[in-house]
Design a protein around this ligand. Structure first.
Ligand SMILES: Cc1cc2nc3c(=O)[nH]c(=O)nc-3n(C[C@H](O)[C@H](O)[C@H](O)COP(=O)(O)O)c2cc1C
Length: 324
């Protein structure tokens, strides 16, 4: 069983990657995508996007970081792939799943699933640029409009030399709408000889077991479920189905808030804490209470003032939005 923390642009930044991987259970984490157009980025841009590169390519807890690149220019993708590996990335992942219209208009992300040869060109250029010992992986969706090219795309990625394939079990048209189609992953797995990593809607230990049974692969990538439940990977490993008590989560939230002050403006910091609480409230009633106190808040001092009370909610001494 291998468990990977998903790339999530604008959500799983270096702060959240550090915090979630510190709870254990992850074999590696994939960075937010680095969008490659037609040139090699200077190192300062790569270090800015992936600060883990400055500490041996690992998060503070030692989880390896694999940089994800997005783009369709084989030469530029290969040049950046080589550089991130020289800087310490644990292999390179290639994004063939991004649904953004802006990205797709420029021939990057999921739109490439319309043309298996374009996947082949990018993967093989990167493979040729890197030492054999370095992992090249790709992440795709089931297709763009439909699944008609799903097996061809997976085969193109494998034959170009990728060593692992992660599949988000939806087409680009399906966006993020449930359900994820884990049964399609079983078809892909039977069609290729490289390991398949299942992704999409694995949000609990029960989901993990159902996904493994349906897809036939023990390897998974956790995205939004890991943001809602930061202990999810270690719970899957321990086969422990109870939700983590809020008393364990509240200190993480306090820590996150404090850490954000090291890199973000006040406005962005407030936005980020709200974003995480919005995810947490989908799994924790205490976060729902907190959400109602902060959702309209703009001021960092007010949130600073809430934090000691947040700890008391964790200890069970107050439980209503009014008390917060
Ligand atoms: C906010 C957000 C940002 C994302 N950014 C990326 C990205 O940078 N690269 C990528 O390959 N996938 C990205 N994804 C897709 C996720 O990695 C994952 O495939 C998807 O969320 C389904 O998995 P989940 O149901 O476990 O979240 C993003 C998803 C979300 C919600």
């Amino acid at each position: 069983m291998r468990i990977v923390l998903a790339p999530m642009e604008g959500l799983a930044d270096a702060h959240l990657r550090r915090l979630i991987t510190a709870q254990g259970g992850y074999d590696w984490v994939v960075s937010e995508f680095v969008r490659v157009v037609d040139r090699l980025y200077p190192d300062r841009v790569l270090y800015g996007d992936c600060p883990e590169l400055a500490q041996g390519g690992r998060t503070d807890s030692g989880t390896p970081l694999r940089v994800q690149l997005l783009g369709s220019d084989p030469a530029a993708m290969a040049a950046n792939a080589l550089r991130v590996v020289e800087l310490g990335s644990y292999g390179v992942d290639i994004n063939f799943g991004c649904p953004s219209k802006t990205v797709n208009r420029r021939a990057g992300g999921a739109v490439m699933l319309k043309e298996p040869e374009s996947l082949y060109r990018v993967v093989s250029a990167i493979r040729a640029a890197l030492p054999k010992s370095v992992m090249v992986s790709a992440k795709m969706r089931l297709g763009f409009d439909d699944t008609s090219l799903m097996l061809d795309n997976a085969a193109a990625i494998e034959s170009a030399g990728a060593g692992e394939l992660t599949v988000h079990a939806r087409t680009r048209m399906q966006g993020y709408a449930p359900p994820a189609h884990w049964e399609e992953l079983g078809r892909i797995r039977q069609h290729i000889n490289i390991p398949l990593i299942a992704n999409g809607d694995i949000c609990s230990v029960e989901d993990y077991h159902r996904c493994v049974a349906i897809s036939g692969t023990p390897d998974v990538m956790l995205g939004r479920g890991a943001v809602r439940l930061p202990f999810l990977a270690s719970q899957i490993r321990a086969n422990q189905t109870q939700t983590t008590p809020w008393v364990q989560l509240a200190p993480l939230l306090v820590h996150f808030w404090q850490e954000l002050s090291t890199t973000l403006s006040s406005k962005d910091r407030v936005g980020r804490i709200k974003q995480w609480v919005n995810y947490l409230r989908q799994a924790h009633p205490e976060a729902e209470v907190l959400w109602h106190s902060i959702r309209l808040e703009k001021c960092t001092q007010t949130i600073d003032g809430l934090l000691p009370r947040l700890e008391s909610v964790a200890q069970g001494s107050c439980a209503t939005a009014k008390q917060l």
